[in-house]
Unconditional design. Structure first.
Length: 46
């Protein structure tokens, strides 16, 4: 079973949404991490 980026993004979004509801201060950290990860994935050649 391979994990595709299409499968990972909704899971990450769901977990991040739940964490933001529980601890609103995590919003800045989670958004920054998400943007960094997406940027790195976009730069890696396929």
């Amino acid at each position: 079973m391979t994990f595709d980026l299409v499968m990972i993004q909704p899971i990450v979004a769901l977990v991040a949404g739940i964490l933001i509801l529980l601890v609103p201060r995590l919003l800045n950290i989670l958004v920054a991490i998400y943007l960094i990860v997406v940027g790195i994935i976009g730069l890696v050649p396929h």
